[in-house]
Design a protein around this ligand. Structure first.
Ligand SMILES: [Zn+2]
Length: 151
């Protein structure tokens, strides 16, 4: 497993590989940027639902995937259980599902990618059936990053 104690390095690594930000477009945005924003809007926005089989709201009306707890953050940090608190710098980003831009562009569908820096998170990811191959790739990449940092 990667060295999880280097919080700053880990946050930086997460920001380089995983984003929960809604893309900001302007006059100079390329066609690729526009397509990316469209994909985020179509595939990567969490919408809380109740009453159905896939409800994410508990009896108190709070999202069990924690989207109702998301706040604007200008950097990625970790909560006391080691869960990453992804950078979400705009109101529009609060319901963005964490993802990897390159994978989303190639995948053309919902592609949730989250950081698995602790065994607890790996189990969680496995439980909700994320793409394990993808995670392995990210973990390997993270190990490389840690090794590079130690030199
Ligand atoms: Zn929800």
């Amino acid at each position: 497993m990667p060295n999880y104690n280097d919080k700053e390095g880990t946050s930086q690594w997460i920001d380089n590989n995983i984003t929960a930000e809604f893309p900001t477009l302007n006059n100079t945005s390329s066609e690729d940027d526009q397509l990316y924003a469209k994909k985020v809007e179509s595939y990567m926005i969490h919408k809380c639902s109740s009453g159905s089989v896939n409800s994410c709201l508990n009896a108190e009306g709070r999202c069990t995937k924690n989207f109702t707890s998301n706040i604007i953050r200008n950097s990625t940090s970790f909560d006391e259980r080691g869960y990453p608190q992804y950078k979400r710098s705009t109101e529009k980003s609060l319901n963005v599902v964490p993802h990897n831009k390159k994978i989303l562009m190639a995948w053309d569908g919902h592609a949730n990618v989250e950081f698995a820096g602790s065994t607890f998170l790996v189990l969680y990811l496995y439980k909700v059936n994320y793409c394990i191959i993808l995670m392995t790739f990210l973990i390997l990449q993270f190990s490389t990053f840690i090794k590079a940092q130690k030199k």
